[in-house]
Structure formats: C-alpha cells, structure tokens
Design a protein around this ligand. Sequence first.
Ligand code: OSB
Ligand code: MG
Length: 372
Amino acid sequence: MEIEKIELYGVQMPLARPFRTSFGVTSSRHVILVRVIERGGEEGWGEVVAGEGPWYSYETYETALYVLDKFLIKNVLDCEDISKNNVWAVMSRVKGHNMAKAALEMAVWDLEARLASQPLSRFIGGVRSRIESGVSIGIAGSVSELLKIIGTRLDEGYLRIKLKIEPGWDVDVLSRVRREYPDVPLQVDANAAYRLRDLKTLLKLDEFDLLMLEQPFEHDDLNGHAILSRKLRTPICLDESITSLNALKTAYKLGAVEVVNLKPGRVGGYTEGLAIYRFAVDVGLGFWIGGMLETGIGRGHLVALASLPGVSYPNDISASSRYWKEDIVEPLWVQRNGYIDVPNKSGIGVEVKWGALKKYLEWQREYRKART
Ligand code: OSB
Ligand code: MG
C-alpha cells in the first residue's frame, strides 16, 4: 500500500495521580500520536511512549519528534509499497530511537489490520478474548499511604500488584506489605536503581515470595544480572535491558534473564517485538506485556500483544481510569474482575475521541507524499 499522509499530534495529558519511580516523578505526559492515512483513506494509529526526560532510556518525546520529522516519516512516505512486512526494514538505516520507530511502525500495522478488517490481536496471532490486568504502583509518600493504595487496587480487581522499589524503599516496605497482604500476587521493579554492591539487600527479597524482580541493575549490566540470578531464587525479569532480539539472546546465553517484560515501544514495534516473543516462548522464558503510561491508543497495541497465547504472567495494562482523568479514546479501556476485554473491532479496536484530544492538543503537523 501507499501512505498518502502522516499526521502528528502533540498532546500533554495530566496523569490521574503522579507516578514515582526510582528515576523520577511523572505528573503529566507529553505524548505524540501518529496517524498514518493510505490512499483509500483508511487510517492507523501509533503512540510515542518516550518520557519527558531521558530517565528510563535515552529517548525523550522531543528526540522522537526530531527523528520522526527528519528521517523516519520521509522513509515511509517515499516507499511505494509499504506494509507491515517491510516498514521495519524501511526505517533500519536509523540506528536506535526505537520509540520513535515504534510509533510509526505500529501505526502501519494498525492500518494494515484495519484494511484486512481484522482485530490487531488476531492479525498478530493473539487467541485470548480477554487479557490479565495487573497494576504498577509508584513509590508512595509513606508505607501507610502505599498500603491504602494497594487495598484500593485490589478492591478494583487487579490480579497482581507491581511495586516500584529503590534503595531505602525496599525490604522494610515489603515486609509491611506482606504482613498486610500475605497472599497477593506481588512483584517489584527497580528501574535500574541498584548496583552489585547492594547484593545483600537484594538477596533479602527472596523472603517475600515475589513473582519476579524487574531490572535491578543498569540496562547494559547483563553480567551483574547473571551473577544475581545465580544467587537469588526470585526470578529476574528484564525490561530496560531488552532493546532487541539480539540483546535478549545475549541475556539468555549469560543466564541474566528468566522473565521478559515486552514493551513494544522499547524494541521498535511489532516486527522486533514478535521476534522477541517467539524466542522467549521457544526457550521457555516467562513473558508478559509492560506499559509506559500510554494513552488509550498505545494501550490498544499492548492489549493486542497481551492476547498472544504465550503470555505467562499478568500484564502492566490497567484501565483508562488508572492513568487518566479523561482518556482520549472511545470506548475507554475497562478492567472487570482482573481482566480487560480484547476488542472485536478491526485494528486496535478503539477510536480517537477528538473532543478529548483537542483539550490536550499543543501542536499538530502533517506530512504528505511528494508527488512527481
Ligand atoms: O519500568 O515498567 C516500567 C512506567 C513508565 C516507565 C517505566 C515503567 C512504567 C510502569 C508503568 O511500571 C506501567 C504501566 O503503564 O502501567
Ligand atoms: Mg520496568
């Protein structure tokens, strides 16, 4: 197919509540939405998940805008016959910048699924009619506040709780959480806040019957993760480290990973994401879909991936209301009894609610195919 036009929408959306991780607090998200339109008028949507600053990875929403504007959009518009099978290769001259690439790549996959009148979930081999919904809870002001938030999330129905940890907010906090909630499916995420010198603290995490410990060390410290993994019973999950299939293969060879958190934005979209999925399932690694505080657009892509048969843990995919006062899609994403329904409509299965989008819109741009 030929893409006729690509539109970018820059929105700033306040979170329902600030989200604190070891790398900082997020109160409001700058999101770039990508809309691709083909000659016949059908459209597809993607979302840049990069943060406000280079804290989770080196990308920010502004570096993504730069790379989209200067390189990636032109690559895609210049291609006479773009499809889900070649869009990743068409962008491959650009090194890195996976979140910028993913927004465009995933919009093309959405568009192709819509042209095929298929839900994206089925288009990529998903089989589930509903996906398991977990919730990620940020570092709180106090332990009693955290215990209250956990209680609320459990009452809402979430199947498992993920807590953010950092040095000083770990062992003592977890022992109080476990005293209050001894049987809740629980896991923790350090966002690279520890070093191998913290080994003694990390080994204490085995007391808490955690599903996994996510990304204790820096993204490129596969050796550190391998050393820890040999000593810790709790499975090691990697997030930031898994930027590509090659990175996963190396981590696996070293014994640095037991569970994969797949975020399509981090790996450049479906092409690499599905390759990572197939490898993880083939070698018997645990697998689930992570999130980056997406709007309802990005969440649609996450739901499609979470419907794959090899997903073996609950996902960081929560209801619209967990993230936003007002999400920008309809229908909203709703969690019931711990599950979110996989849409039957074609593509991601939700539409942009223009009235809501306009409230948060800061700028927009459009790019058209150069006609000769
Ligand atoms: O490390 O998983 C992470 C949010 C922003 C950046 C990094 C992470 C997260 C989350 C939230 O944990 C997951 C979600 O979208 O619900
Ligand atoms: Mg993480």
